[in-house]
Design a binder for this molecule. Sequence first.
Ligand code: DON
Length: 309
Amino acid sequence: MPELEQALAEVAAEMAERTDRGNVATYIPQLGKVDPKKFGIAAVTNDGRVLLAGDADQPFSIQSVSKVFTLTLALGKVGDALWHRVGREPSGNPFNSIVQLEHENGIPRNPFINAGAIVISDILLAGHQPREAIGEILRFVQFLADDDTIIIDREVAASERATGYRNFALANYMKSFGNLHHEPELALGVYFHHCAIAMSCRQLAMAGRFLANGGRNPATGHSVVSTERARRIGALMLTCGHYDGSGDFAFRVGIPGKSGVGGGILGIVPGVASLAVWSPGLNENGNSKLGSIALEKLARMMNWSIFAP
Ligand code: DON
């Protein structure tokens, strides 16, 4: 087996050569401005090594990867009561689909599709102004990554709000079933801003450390969530983290992952490392095309899989 550092460098070099990079998301106009040639990858191991290749220190819009952190925060606030308002089944539909909501009484299939994450934002709003809830999410992410330079890209948030007709439709629809407790506008304000958090691969891999280490920050030993909760979040990432591409990601890569339309993916190798990869071009399911290929190659090179004996 190669050294991890060498494996990352090899994967990054191979990805730099590829011309089939997928398409950058343009439905959020601000995301369409990103250079599709960018590629970064980072691994933070449970024994404390931080290994980087490519553009691993350049911040990008983490988009739906943020849903892992908002879910974690919301579970900390309301615990398992959360599951009365959000399911935990793969949707088999695109991330912004509305079709299942009518049959399922406004209860989204899982916390990672847009509808589910909007309910999570509504949960995080309880007792707060949107500004406070957004600040709490940002501080939580900064705490997880041990990096208070992480910011929210206000231009991305504004760009998404200006074109967020589908998300407004989802939020209004769920409100009609009583599954939003605040005005859709307010829950969406929180949602758009957490999707607009900008992080580098290094920062994202740092923030994922607790999931690779049974709920504890491996550097400090402090518990972020219980071991059971870390496992369950990992299970949701595996089954729902790539929307209707989740089965394929599990099949090819074999570890829990969460993607975002900014082209980032957070990957977790339980007991070993937290990984982040970024390549802005997306595949047909809206997941980073080269990001998934890079993780597939890295997992194979390192013999990583949650199904490994
Ligand atoms: O609501 C949206 O459409 C975006 N803020 C997030 C979608 C996303 O990242 C889906 N991921 N692949």
